[in-house]
Design a protein around this ligand. Structure first.
Ligand SMILES: Cc1ncc(COP(=O)(O)O)c(C=O)c1O
Length: 473
């Protein structure tokens, strides 16, 4: 039996009334749309704040009840549905915590939305560097010792902002000690848990940062739960911050016309987590083991497990992840991301009733690998990126930077210059260079490696012309 889903029920009830629309949205329950039939039918549920459907920014009925259930499931003081992804949650939690010129301790390998928030607020970031994780060949979490040093050096910091788990599924339990240390020093901890909305579903997954005592946690429900894209959760559980301040910024930063389809999918995703039981988890893990075992019989293919069982890394001999990604795409298998070493799979959070075509997938992967092996490998270099100083600040503050002129110069001549714009390999969306940072040899070495292996970049860049944007001398 399905769990209670107040918002889904409210939408269904409204739809049953065969109501006439003299209101927004302009597609009039899909009537005026020329989209294909299945899409058009869904538009009948694309409603707005009508009688019985509550008010997103001032909830008193179905949305209030659905958010209360969310809060119960995740055991928080208050939880919110977000309609603009974890991006808006990250913006709101940072706006609510610090002001112009105030210091904030932030993990250097955070998502760009964190850096955008810091830039918008005009806060002064104190970067703490993560450990290098040899298993995933990525930068992962910041150790306790580094956070402790940062707090000691910057005791006035308004918050510590961390990413947990990493995009690649690394989830260190050291987070508990870090949160305890911050709290002893009266510093709240804000966690970007974009990739951990499913952690609550079963104790076989890593613990959520909420269970370790984090103050604000934002999760992309759409990444691992059955929610529509852009659907996220923000959880508040703090004795240091005011929930009303977070709410104020959410009201300012989010649309006044939220998508009800999206909100309903968040209500459904919450109920999915609530009803996920031991049998479901065992079923998922059994299917996963069979799948991994079947992949490991493919010559040259290596499966790497991480802390989060929902993620798997696949490597093929000396081939760059970008080559593997292309070979898989030729067989219509689409991965979450590729990097120089590997591709990342996000597995489906299966319940006992779900089938997934693992046997067919294995067949296609075998074919893709056979085809790939006819090509030359663009082998990843074994050079480990140099992790920058464990604690660093911007060479030029956001405020000063915005008043400076920029110029495009060949990136090979940019060492020692101050970056005027971020350079962001996407995915994962973690900036390689942040505006205001001094460009170093190790940054350029890594940049060249990404470029050589065919990475895609976001941000203001002209990398195809080998140019980078720096502060004018
Ligand atoms: C670690 C991390 N934080 C935040 C985001 C942004 O999340 P959303 O797409 O839900 O806005 C992402 C997206 O990839 C992410 O990986």
């Amino acid at each position: 039996m399905l769990e209670k889903r107040p918002l889904v029920e409210a939408l269904e009830n409204f739809h049953k009334q065969r109501s006439i629309s003299f209101h927004v949205p302009g597609h009039k329950n899909g009537l005026l749309s020329n989209l294909p039939k299945v899409m058009k039918e869904t538009m009948r549920y694309d409603l707005t704040e009508l009688c019985g459907l509550d008010d997103y920014h001032h909830p008193e009925d179905a949305i209030k009840e659905a958010e209360r259930l969310l809060s119960d499931t995740y055991e928080t003081q208050k939880s919110f549905f977000l309609v603009n992804g974890t991006t808006v949650g990250n913006l709101a939690m940072i706006y609510a915590t610090c002001q112009f010129g105030e210091q904030i301790i932030v993990q250097r390998n955070a998502h760009k939305s964190i850096f955008h928030a810091i830039e918008l607020v005009g806060a002064e970031p104190i970067f703490v560097s993560p450990e290098w994780d040899e298993r995933t060949k990525t930068a992962s979490y910041v150790p306790l010792e580094v956070i402790s040093k940062a707090i000691h050096q910057y005791p006035m910091a308004k918050a510590v902002i961390l990413t947990y788990p990493s995009y690649y599924g690394v989830a260190s339990s050291e987070l508990k000690d870090i949160i305890d240390l911050c709290h002893v020093n009266n510093i709240p901890v804000l966690v970007d848990e974009a990739h951990g909305a499913h952690f609550r579903a079963n104790k076989g997954y890593p613990k959520s940062a909420l269970m370790y005592g984090a103050d604000v946690v934002v999760q992309s429900a759409h990444k691992t739960l059955p929610a529509l894209t852009m659907g996220s959760f923000l959880h508040f559980n703090s004795n240091f911050l005011e929930v009303s301040t977070i709410n104020k910024y959410l009201r300012m930063l989010q649309s006044s016309s939220p998508s009800y389809l999206l909100l309903a999918s968040l209500d459904d995703a919450r109920s999915y987590v609530d009803s996920y039981n031991e049998v479901d988890f065992k079923y998922f893990m059994d299917r996963r083991t069979l799948f991994m075992n079947s992949l490991e019989t493919i010559p040259c293919l290596e499966v790497v497990q991480v802390d989060d069982p929902l993620k798997l890394l696949i490597r093929v001999g000396k081939y760059a992840g970008f080559q593997v990604q292309k070979a898989f795409e030729a067989q219509n298998i689409y991965v979450e991301l590729a990097d120089t070493h590997q591709v990342l799979f996000i597995l489906p959070l299966l319940k006992g009733e779900h089938e997934y075509p693992f046997a067919d997938i294995r067949k296609r992967i075998k074919y893709a690998v056979d085809e790939l092996r006819k090509e030359e490998p663009n082998s990843p270099s074994e050079v480990q990126p140099i992790i920058q100083h464990s604690i660093s600040t911007l060479h030029m503050s956001v405020g000063v930077l915005s008043g400076k002129r920029g110029e495009w110069i060949p990136y090979v001549r940019s060492i020692g210059r101050i970056a005027k714009a971020m350079v962001i390999p996407y995915p994962p969306g973690i900036p390689l260079i942040i505006a205001g940072e001094k460009i170093t040899v190790s940054m350029l070495t890594e940049l060249e490696e990404w470029l050589e292996k065919g990475a895609v970049f976001q941000g203001e860049h002209r990398l195809a012309e080998k140019l980078i944007y720096v502060v004018e001398d």
